[in-house]
Write a protein that binds this ligand. Structure first.
Ligand SMILES: C[S@@+](CC[C@H](N)C(=O)[O-])C[C@H]1O[C@@H](n2cnc3c(N)ncnc32)[C@H](O)[C@@H]1O
Length: 199
């Protein structure tokens, strides 16, 4: 990113912090949104190894983790660049879970994971950084690991980014609809496409 984009990224982070402080995102915990988290959890149950390690990029207040009741996991890491949302997530003291305040654009994982989730977060990755972020995450995905992405409505340039990405093989893709015409999400599960010499 150039200096101007870096500045805008910093301003966006400040805006997220302000919004979390004001409680603008409490609606994510509502039953109206639950169906989206359940679809992600279904994909994890269906396509991931048992007892997976999970990385949630742009985890906000950790709602995905809270919705995972009944899903066994080895460890969960939630990352968000909003220190305020991470503070709220940490206060929940969720078991086997670590929340860290970091920018996905700079984040270099210290571990590998079985599941990496971009849950309503990929739109906020600057266009010039999307490949860098995905490549870094793919490098930290275990063999047989999966990537899950959820995108609200059309989220232009986001769900197609995953669906049409030559580095990924689609396992499943669905549009999760609600009784509100304009409340829907495009959610996909993918695995890493193997290179010719990998098997
Ligand atoms: C719509 S919220 C979704 C929160 C959460 N994934 C959920 O669905 O409950 C988007 C989140 O992405 C985070 N975010 C945006 N850009 C980010 C970045 N560059 N690095 C890390 N987090 C980012 C925001 O702070 C915000 O918490």
């Amino acid at each position: 990113m150039n200096i101007l984009d870096t500045f805008h990224n910093w301003r966006r982070k400040r805006r997220w912090n302000k919004q979390y402080r004001r409680g603008k995102w409490v609606g994510l915990k509502s039953e109206k949104e639950a169906i989206r988290y359940y679809q992600i959890i279904d994909y994890i149950k269906k396509y991931s190894t048992r007892n997976p390690s999970i990385l949630d990029i742009g985890c906000g207040e950790g709602v995905l983790n809270e919705r995972m009741k009944g899903l066994e996991f080895e460890r969960f890491m939630g990352l968000d660049f909003s220190e305020v949302s991470i503070g709220l997530a940490k206060n929940k003291n969720l078991p086997k879970t670590e929340f860290i305040a970091e920018d996905a654009i700079k984040f270099r994982p210290k571990h590998t994971f079985d599941v990496i989730v971009f849950n309503e977060a990929f739109y906020y990755i600057h266009e010039t950084e999307k490949d860098n972020v995905l490549n870094r995450m793919l490098a930290h995905l275990n063999k047989d690991g999966i990537i899950i992405s959820s995108i609200y409505r059309e989220g232009t340039g986001c769900w197609e980014y995953f669906k049409e990405n030559p580095k990924l093989t689609e396992l499943e893709f669905t549009t999760v609809r609600t009784d509100e015409e304009l409340r829907y999400w495009k959610i996909g599960a993918y695995k890493k496409k193997l290179e010719k010499n990998e098997f």
